[in-house]
Design a protein around this ligand. Sequence first.
Ligand SMILES: C[S@@+](CC[C@H](N)C(=O)[O-])C[C@H]1O[C@@H](n2cnc3c(N)ncnc32)[C@H](O)[C@@H]1O
Length: 242
Amino acid sequence: MLHDNVTPYKNNNPKKEQVAQMFDNIANRYDFLNGLLSMGTHKGWRKKCVNLLKTKQPKIILDVATGTGDFAIECAKLDPTKIIGIDISDGMMQFGREKIKKLKLENLITLENGNAETVDFPDNMFDAIVVGFGVRNFQNLEKGLENLYRVLKPNGQLVILEFSYPRNWFIKGLYNFYFSYITPAIGKIFSKDNRAYTYLTESVKAFPNNENFITILNKLKYKNTNFKSLSFGVAAIYYAEK
Ligand SMILES: C[S@@+](CC[C@H](N)C(=O)[O-])C[C@H]1O[C@@H](n2cnc3c(N)ncnc32)[C@H](O)[C@@H]1O
């Protein structure tokens, strides 16, 4: 099945609406479950992404699909002048804003409702764009990536962190077991959303992995593209420049 057609609730509403509803539903448990299900590794993954941006010292950064703001907060270490986080789920951003306030980063980071696919920032605005576990949820992946290209400055950097599907047969076996049984069961208990963590598994499996994702970035004219597998291929960092 084409990844754009994999939706949380399998009803007739557009994917964007279903995704926003799902994240609104699980927002109060998102951070807790992220930590539990990834056994804390997600923090290290975001750090690795931010390290890739260090050399060019980006000043204006966009965090797409910011959710509860963790990637935006990690980007604050780059000493930029402005970070804007956008997301289609106000429920998720509500928790993000609380964290940002606690960390006294309100003057640096602002979160606003925005869809990657229709974002209307001016052309060439951002030095860097990050997307953490977001592209898999886009309604139209290529449209989203095209729009991000438009708002990125020439030579600006795009860093995408996303789950991927491991290749090694042994890891794949463990992965299938974990994502098919453990994740949906724990997700169901804590998030009270029966579909959210089953959708996670389905959407990861249907999503273009590694080289296939790079092929899409190249087709959309991104340059210097490459990827790095993380934690035995469970996730990947994709890097590209405009
Ligand atoms: C798994 S969460 C990731 C949150 C955060 N980036 C992180 O690293 O933890 C995915 C987020 O993507 C958002 N999202 C999905 N499609 C989007 C789109 N087209 N534009 C903006 N945000 C989107 C969802 O609302 C959700 O908050």
